[in-house]
Design a protein around this ligand. Sequence first.
Ligand code: AHR
Length: 528
Amino acid sequence: MFRKWLFEEITVVAVVLLVGCGLAYAADAAVQEDSGVNRMIIYTDKGTERISRNIYGHFSEHLGSCIYGGFWVGEDSPIPNTRGIRNDVVEALRKIKIPVLRWPGGCFADEYHWKDGIGPREERPSMVNTHWGMVRETNAFGTHEFLDLCEQLGCEAYVAGNVGSGTVEEMQDWVEYMTFDGDSEMADLRRMNGRDRPWQVKYFGVGNENWGCGGNMSPESYADLYNRFQTYVRSYSGNRIVKVACGPGSENYPWMKTVLERAHRRMDVISLHHYVRGTGDWNKKGSATQFEEAEWFALMKNTLTIYELLKNNIDIMDQVDPHRRIGLFVDEWGTWWDVEPGTNPSFLYQQNTIRDAVSAGIFLNAFNEHCYRVRMANIAQTINVLQAMILTKDEKMILTPTYHVFEMYKVHHDATLLPIELQCRDYQFGGETIPALNVSASKDKSGNIHISLCNLDPKNSARLVCELQGTEAKKISGRVLTADAMTAHNTFENPQVVKPATFNNFKLEGNILTATLPTKSVVVLEIE
Ligand code: AHR
């Protein structure tokens, strides 16, 4: 009965998830109180798939001030640190329960020679970081510092190895150095450098973007190299290493197909990278903070393409690996804008607004929905680069709107994904339409249900009626991230402009939940 009532006013056919209905309204209309009702059913007792906490993972590269100034200030710095690693940053990332950190690149990984980054710091050779500004890389932050960072953060390590300019021997030695407990030259070298026990290194990437900065290879030649290199990536001393093959960038489907066909038996995971921006032009990506609704709409539309991209890549994986043994790691994703005026163009330093936060909310909802294959995702990058969580300026540190989305969404870590039916109104701009709402829901170990909702529309609030099937809800609470302006962001002078607030605009009657989501917002509801 409810179901009939729930959907009867909507004239189009019901669709599972995401696809909205075509109820148009004037794009340039003033902000409206209510743009009509959106309807949803959550099947709270029908979940089967687990959302890996690793979907909320991170990526940090030797690029700009991500490592130096971001994570690492050195032991002698006046900035409070533990063995050279910033305490404020560690504390902030522990709060969002960072599950895994990928390092040292990115493009940098395929020119990194790990032996330069061990031993007494003053004796380490330097190199030129040819991808990112031709600056001197001192190698002050190397293997020991990275794995110490992971231990301080309480997260898993994901190390990316060098295929583009490295050797098989170098890669084999690195894994032995980090993880071998027995009697060997590499294990002795590690002990000599101050680490007796081996580390647990769970994830190891065999190259990065080898179709581009990682060696400009064809998929055939990379797949053959992958097979060779991975042979020597050994699991030592009880450390079962998960091997990650380099997958495509965005819709490079032929790469996905060929690498899988030639190497699927020898990989645990294949990666995917996907960056979004307002324009389709890499030379004019647009400003992170100065934009109008056209650029807002463009980012929302581009972000939603992640659904198609995941589907198409997973379809290819299903052909080669129908039992879904192989995982998909989206180990670089996020927004990519023009750098902040006055900063080094090669350092990829960009600001982060509520627009980036809504985009992150959509990405994370999409990864949740595909958690049967997407077993890790790593936002690019954690500090001071691209869609950062954290920005630092000397001793100051601020949290970006994207950080707050990760903090609000941590309730999904390791929870069970719940199926949803959604019928929502459209967000229309310039003659184009996209669904105005985006959503994901899960149930945690205690039986609490969490719903993460994004209202993509910057001008219209969204009224939602939701049936919670299969549960007797008792209590509801919520948090919201929104802002008055589309361009709102946090600065060192005003660090609290965009931050989560308590959300009260809901009602629970029996198992019917009604809520009104503010314009341009991310809302997370908890139902006990
Ligand atoms: O995240 C910045 C760069 O983007 C990475 O180094 C590379 O893998 C990708 O192209």
